[in-house]
Design a protein around this ligand. Sequence first.
Ligand code: ATP
Ligand code: MG
Length: 411
Amino acid sequence: MAHATDLILSSSSRLLTLYSPPPLQNAHQLPLPPGSLVSAIAADSSDNTQTLFPFLDSDATAPTRLLLLLLKRVVSGVQPTGSIHLGNYLGAIKNWVTLQDTYETLFFIVDLHAITLPYDVQELRKATRDTAALYLACGVDISKASVFVQSHVRAHVELMWLLSSSTPIGWLQKMTQFKEKSRKEGGENASVSLLTYPVLMAADILLYKSDFVPVGEDQKQHLELARDLAQRVNNLYGGRKWKKLGGRGGSIFKIPEPLIPQVGARVMSLTDGLSKMSKSAPSDQSRINLLDSKDLIADKIKRCKTDSFAGLEFDNAERPECNNLLSVYQIVSGKTKEEVMEECKDTSWGTFKPLLADAVIEHLSPIQVRYEEITAEAAYLDKVLSEGADRATEIAESTIHNLKQAMGFYL
Ligand code: ATP
Ligand code: MG
């Protein structure tokens, strides 16, 4: 249901400031040149608005339509496999908290991705809830973002199947993650879902017509595939062919852009500065989990791999561990790279390790406190996830409708 919307264009600051009542409650600031107003209106058609925002009344006011069209959308998710670690946090979740102020955001727990490798059935449910609670504990705010479980929105799987028919096997076989993970699984024994994982990820993104997808370096290749697939499906089924079938015509999918953080995009393992910190790495010593106790964090950092060079420095290819630990220190302490360089250039590992441990503990401590509060009230999380799934389903269903129509299904 749309409400009256105020819209103020400040041409002098070249900023468009938008205020909207629920369901988009927050003030959003988008860096837009004044001219984009005109193109946004021109790009609008009532059909398009209904497709993108099905909760709107068809008689929604023009400013409301414009407002919603201007809000760029961001989606992202983490697998509920094992514990959320510092890499997931610095590479993904921490950045979501900033993005939710500027974009319409949907953050989900990608449980369907978590079954592509052998997994613990007894643990999946708990890991899913824990991951959702950690999103909130890290600062994801449900008055701004939709938080939900991927498998609660069935359209993810449906879209994956529809997209699979347009995905060449060769595209999937050359994915680095597939090659690495399938080798570990013994080649031919790896599941089909490990191969088709990127198609599900493309569905996760394209379902919501996302403009941006915040990812760590490791997911860049998969995002590229999602972009190629969107383009391919648009070419195969969109435009005039779709119009002939009674559709809107034009592109079915938006082409999403990656958002890769400058620091923290690739947090490395504590035991090997050349491998990324990962939930699925067998050794727990290799990562700092967000819920690790203070003592465990201090112990892991104390025992982490270092080198025998004098002083500490960034960007020396021969010192991957040093670069990684300084980068982590930089982010969790909130200092600039220059400040860290200056502070640590003559520091020994013996002095730096407790400093890093304290900074990590101090950064994670409020997150751990909030996590305890959130999980203490079981019904709260269920409500959050159910509302998030409802909102996501509304958007997702319109995409499925469009694609099925364009693919010639009998609707
Ligand atoms: P798995 O080993 O099971 O694949 P993972 O640790 O790679 O787990 P994912 O759930 O695959 O975690 O990824 C969730 C998000 O975290 C993605 O956006 C991914 O890019 C990001 N991410 C994962 N590992 C790192 C890392 N070491 N540094 C920075 N970002 C990371
Ligand atoms: Mg991963």
